[in-house]
Design a protein around this ligand. Structure first.
Ligand code: PMP
Length: 299
């Protein structure tokens, strides 16, 4: 399938408070965000017209900016409204939503105190990341690249700069014929995929690494509560590569990945099974509920 470039599409993009035609949503090449990766973003999904966990994404976006030392010049309500408005303006009901905040052009140096903070929200149709093969399970390579120590990078932020490691790891995996990569952290512990968190079914329990140097995903937290509501024991802990051999099932979770079974990690092979299937089904049901029903369940 030919790729349609992202700057040459029909539609509208919310850009600094205004809905602008897609092809006109441009910034200058001397933007700080482009040179120094001073940007933070979100990935959200609208299902049946509702953006799932919208406020949690908006709050994380604001928090990510603060970690990078900037304040997004809109309130959480205004950002929520922008996300909803852009989905509606593009006549989408099932869609991916991408807010991005970045430093502008006022200063182009390591110091960027005087830069203005910009915000845009775009949206487009984006079916599951792993497409039709999802139920078969995806194949992950073990990445050479590792998640850094929290004192080496702002690991709690969904900062654009952190995705440099993800792209390097994913490209290396794809070059070897894998779908994606699983990354260790700086200690050699299992961390996450390049854009999704990971879960292991071990002796009927659900195990997942403690997110102390990588993103504590919103989907991750949702899946943990879905499992607990179904009487599963959920264990958040330090996980080492040898733990992966003890798992009977493995799956990735994330906004883009949703719940995606894994059938291989490096030399290890898995068969997507009943726990993955149950949680995938529960997740798909939950995301199509109204925001009120979702909140009522969480209460
Ligand atoms: N880790 C990384 C590196 C990600 O990019 C994502 C996707 N945002 C996740 C985990 C999962 O986070 P969420 O469930 O909040 O989308």
């Amino acid at each position: 399938m030919a790729l349609v470039p992202f700057d040459d599409r029909d539609g509208l993009i919310w850009f600094d408070g205004v809905m602008v035609p897609w092809r006109e949503a441009k910034i200058h090449v001397l933007s700080h965000g482009l040179h120094y990766a001073s940007g933070v973003f979100e990935g959200e999904r609208a299902y049946s017209g509702n953006i799932f966990k919208l406020r949690a994404h908006t709050e994380r976006l604001i928090a990510s900016g603060r970690i990078l030392g900037f304040e997004i010049p809109y309130t959480a309500d205004e950002i929520d409204d922008a996300c909803r408005a852009v989905v509606a303006a593009n006549n989408l009901v099932d869609a991916y939503v991408r807010p991005l905040a970045w430093r502008g052009t006022e200063q182009l140096s390591v110091s960027a105190q005087q830069t203005k903070i910009h915000l845009m929200v775009a949206t487009w149709a984006w079916p599951n990341l792993f497409g039709d093969n999802r139920m078969k399970g995806v194949r992950l390579d073990m990445a050479e690249w590792r998640r850094p120590h929290p004192q080496t990078a702002p690991t709690a932020s969904k900062a654009a700069g952190l995705y440099m490691i993800g792209t390097l790891a994913k490209h290396a995996a794809e070059a070897k014929g894998f779908d994606d990569a699983l990354m260790l952290d700086w200690r050699g512990q299992v961390s996450e995929g390049t854009g999704a968190n990971v879960f292991f079914v071990i002796d009927g329990e659900l195990h997942t690494p403690t997110p102390d140097c990588f993103l504590d995903g919103i989907t991750r937290r949702v899946v943990m509560s879905l499992a607990r509501a179904r009487q599963m024991t959920v264990v958040e802990r330090a996980m080492w590569p040898e733990d992966m051999a003890k798992a009977s099932e493995v799956f990735l979770v994330g906004t883009a990945a949703e719940v995606t079974p894994v059938r291989q990690i490096g030399e290890l092979h898995y068969t997507p099974g009943p726990v993955t299937e149950m949680l995938l089904g529960a997740f798909e049901k939950l995301v199509r509920m109204s925001p009120g029903e979702v909140e009522a369940l969480a209460a």
